[in-house]
Ligand binder design. Structure first.
Ligand SMILES: NC(=O)c1ccc[n+]([C@@H]2O[C@H](COP(=O)([O-])OP(=O)(O)OC[C@H]3O[C@@H](n4cnc5c(N)ncnc54)[C@H](OP(=O)(O)O)[C@@H]3O)[C@@H](O)[C@H]2O)c1
Length: 292
């Protein structure tokens, strides 16, 4: 990343809409650059930088929250009807502001199943799951809004506090194997670092409205779990074949196994020149291991 003072600083005010796992990492980091970052959640928090926003019961932020806002990051998933909660309730308000940039966190689920082939931003989305069709609708709503939005498509997000280690410790781990099945992933820090890198390189927004943020090494779930057991110095139980495990899985868990794709990061990492902090699950999980 460039010198901290270069393009981001105390003149920028960010609203992070939906301050969950990715949003809170982003807010913490951007404050270290000297930016103001206010964050939303659906219920009241003690944090003075937090405000309430809940599209489900029309709890919208008061006017003061928007004073001087230059940047918005939305980390909120589609609502049950497939609409974007932010656009549904705040679109007119956002249009009335002098915004420099809006980031929208989407998912690589919009690409659908490629039977293990690589997918990039130029591939036509082909979502097979209802939730991914909703997501693609939300992307379209953002693009059609005319707001200065940039969309980040993300695969499975992990990081300290949310990784395979927690699943092992909480005995929630399912050790399943399915021939040729791979998943792509991204460490939560790389979502933040990549977005900051892009914000510091203004041309990225002008020419690239949709960008994948994924690591270099899609691989099987089994490799990841085995690696965690090795770091914990524990013996991994025998894996179960997907066909046998299937009936015990929730519909949503099953749906993840029905799609197989490798998400390309060439636009971000080769064309735009971003250098991943955690290139593979191995370095990323080591970071989780040391910080959990
Ligand atoms: N987790 C993954 O592996 C993954 C993979 C790809 C893409 N994504 C997508 O990337 C984004 C960020 O993911 P994440 O895992 O960091 O998210 P997260 O931790 O689940 O946080 C989601 C945030 O959205 C807020 N929210 C949800 N519905 C809302 C509504 N109707 N009105 C207002 N706020 C609402 C939540 O509020 P509360 O804080 O009050 O709960 C929370 O702050 C999400 O859109 C997610 O679907 C996630």
């Amino acid at each position: 990343m460039k010198n901290k003072a270069s393009l981001l600083g105390n003149k920028q005010k960010f609203l992070i809409l939906g301050c969950g796992f990715s949003g809170s990492f982003f807010a913490k980091t951007i404050r270290n650059f000297g930016c103001t970052a206010l964050t939303s959640s659906r219920s009241e928090k003690k944090d003075p930088n937090s405000f309430v926003f809940n599209s489900e019961n029309n709890m919208v932020p008061n006017e003061k929250i928007f004073d001087g806002v230059t940047h918005i990051l939305s980390c909120i998933p589609p609502d049950k009807t497939g609409y974007d909660p932010v656009l549904k309730t705040l679109q007119n308000k956002l249009k009335s502001l002098s915004l420099e940039w809006i980031g929208y966190l989407s998912t690589t689920g919009v690409y659908g199943n490629t039977e293990g082939d690589w997918v990039s931003e130029i591939d036509q989305p082909n979502p097979s799951q209802k939730r991914s069709q909703h997501r693609l609708n939300c992307e379209k709503q953002w693009i059609e809004s005319g707001l200065p939005v940039q969309i980040f498509r993300l695969p499975g997000i992990y990081g300290p506090g949310r990784s395979t280690f927690e699943a092992i410790r909480n005995q929630k781990i399912r050790i399943i194997t399915k021939k040729d099945q791979v998943f792509s992933r991204i460490h939560v820090a790389d979502i933040t670092h990549a977005i900051i890198y892009i914000l510091q390189n203004k041309d990225c927004l002008k020419f690239h409205q949709i960008i994948n943020i994924a690591d270099d090494e899609p691989c099987s779930q089994l490799e990841v779990i085995q690696y965690c057991y090795d770091l914990l110095n524990l013996k991994m139980p025998e894996p179960i074949l997907f066909e046998n495990a299937k009936k015990e899985l929730s519909p949503i868990a099953q749906s993840f196994w029905m799609e197989n794709r490798r998400v390309s990061n060439k636009l971000l990492c080769e064309k735009l020149g971003y250098k991943l902090t955690y290139k593979s699950y191995k370095v990323g999980l080591k970071n989780c291991f040391l910080n959990s």
